[in-house]
Design a protein around this ligand. Sequence first.
Ligand code: L34
Length: 300
Amino acid sequence: MTAKILDGKALAEEIRKEVAVGVAEIKQRHGVTPGLAAVLAGDDPASAIYVRNKRRACDEVGMVSDTFLLPADTTNEQLLTCVQDLNADSRFHGILVQLPLPPQIDERLIIEAISPDKDIDGLHPFNVGKLVQGRPDFVPGTPAGIQQILMRNGHDPAGANVVVCGRSEIVGKPMALLLMQRGEGGNATVTVCHTRTKNLAEITRQADILVAAIGRPKAITADMVKEGAVVIDVGINRVDDPSRKSGYRLVGDVDFEAVSQKASAITPVPGGVGPMTIAMLLVNTLTAARISIHGRQPHS
Ligand code: L34
């Protein structure tokens, strides 16, 4: 079997168009322009690219955006002050503190300082709790994007065996919660694997849908994948490539060449999950702007 390529770039563009409609509407009805503040501490080159891509996407949909740069040796106090200022700044409905943060920073402290109403990454314990309860306002961008890739390509996870490799707060855990939820886009049987999992390949081979969020190039090989599975590659790893002008190329956590001969559908890297992550952050920023006007809506 040769897998269908699940084009995240094209789908992200479609979602940005939908967001642009919502942005125009809220501007017209309420005179409010949704705004996103991105905080970037340090000079990690990959983070700089991601934040730049986020700002571009904001521009495209008619949102306000600004980036707040802090030096690599910034302190907890400085970063806290920055977040508190943004909590109080009515131009910004969403605040995004780009991760990872420099090692001297207490990541939990910073995330908990973000107003839950502006936490468009869905990482504040309040929003995590609401996701656990199945009534989220803000789902973290990467898992939300993956759910959209599945649903909009006809791969409803209901009843499927989903195996998530990775247990991070930003991808693995929320991914598992989202897909196991009762309701639209959920109802999967979810297994979460991690560094201490025994017989990983035996478990991944059970997956109808396999989500790889490991952070190691080509960690998922063809022998780990069931014939006909849907494979979602969350990894964005830089590997040296002297033939490129940049000196590197991006590879996922999945051995794409081999696995795409076995899977029925697969996301590419780049152009898969990455662009969808950004599109869903825009969706969340629009939601945050709506919350600033109407408050949080009750969930059933
Ligand atoms: N707070 N930190 C916070 N929120 C997030 O949602 C993120 N993440 C991850 C890293 N830190 C974060 C992102 O935004 C990863 N991530 C992200 C965003 C965009 C892209 C990749 C990861 C992206 O644009 N990827 C392109 C290629 C970009 C390149 O050329 O390097 C792609 O096509 O995959």
